[in-house]
Design a protein around this ligand. Sequence first.
Ligand code: GUN
Ligand code: FE
Length: 491
Amino acid sequence: ARNQGALWVGEDGRIKGYDWSVDDDATFKSFLSSHGWADADAGSGNTKATKVKVVRSNDARNEFFFPGFIDTHIHAPQFPNIGLFGSSGLLDWLNEYTFPMEASFGAKSDPKNQQTDPKKTPPEGLRVYDQVVARTLAHGTTCASYFATIHVPATNALAALCHSHGQRAFIGRVCMDNKDQCPSYYVDQSAEQGFNATKSTIEYIHTLDPKGALINPIITPRFAPSCSKESLAGLGKLAASYSPPLHIQTHISESTAEVDLVQQLFPDSTSYADVYDKANLLTNRTILAHGVHLTKEELNLIRTRGSKVSHCPASNSALGSGLAPVRFMLDQGVTVGLGTDVSGGYSPSILEAARQASLISRLVQYSSEYQEKTGNKTSDGSEKLTVDEALYLATRGGAAVVDMADDLGGFDKGMIWDAQLIELGAVKNSTTSPLETKGLVSRAVATGTVGDVDLFGDETWQEQIQKWMWSGDDRNVKNVWVQGKLVHTRK
Ligand code: GUN
Ligand code: FE
């Protein structure tokens, strides 16, 4: 009875209660009245924005509800570059692919990027942002922490599009004012100009969603090399000046060349993490992307500050950044979630990120860096993530990373109904298999619909979930809800 029953979501989008033994309307009504919800509209189906009744759907198609995915690190303007990274490493890739793409989100009439009117976003930029939100929702991403660009108009447009699509989002205007490290065509004029531009996007987002029910601003210094010390310190102060303090996101220790560069640029700091700490950017609402090469001392500092790590395995492999030791980070007490890091990452899917996290956890024991970090301990297999753990990182882990662990990532009573309906598809018809007589029974024939996960009928519930993680994709995402509201239906 994993998926059989009824669930009641209130007008506030939160789960009020459920009973997995309920599967018909009459019983559902009595379930409601026994919980004091007799006056509630039982509704018809699960498409209403409020008072959603969710019942078991189709067992023959192997459907189940799953918490929405949380993408803790994604660059919306890099979406058109998905799959394009050649054989370049991080720093070359930024200059070759990323900065030119991001720069195109500025108004052509504004070479110094001073424009703030949202209407000045180039139409192509609006189209891309609209696609990003639609595509990530289609992959079951109910909450995303976005890097936008340095442009205020386009950043505000991304916030407005998330709001209108109904996707939960953190929206960050990217800050980068180091003229030695950033291209002249894509750089803040000064720390002060970047600070003021950031403030104006914060104000826009606070006006758009005054309670922050869905959309929230996030302070976003790109990464240490692209920012002056002054800018980093200013942004740390800016985050702290709000109540509650604003979220912060940046990159850390992604590639070894980057780590070396940071050491050169910030000789007074004892480590990469220390650069951010000195600017008060390591808070319990800080998301640090990658962290591939963080030392044990840095992880300790990050844990002490309560900052979180966004693990982006697809990107780390695509850009050749390295193998992030997730189990080691978790063992050091650091909170970890998953990020697609589009377009360092080649896929907008958090299911793909979960898959890649599992793969990397199986390979990390062969990295000499890992062996040194863990004292050359012989692998006992404990560094490997299980499917359950990878999916945990995709949901509850991500919720903790965005500091919403009480609200998101699961179906506990009182949590917000940010959810996806997964449809694995029908069990394969195998009755014609010539191999049956040889004892191979059903596993010989797979004649399902394109997009179905191959099921042969004898899988346990756990095995179905394993098959979903390893071979599922957006074709298995039938519906997506955010805050109790239906925001995506598969075509
Ligand atoms: N470091 C600084 N900027 C970026 C970016 O856009 N993507 C990735 N993966 N790393 C970065
Ligand atoms: Fe990134």
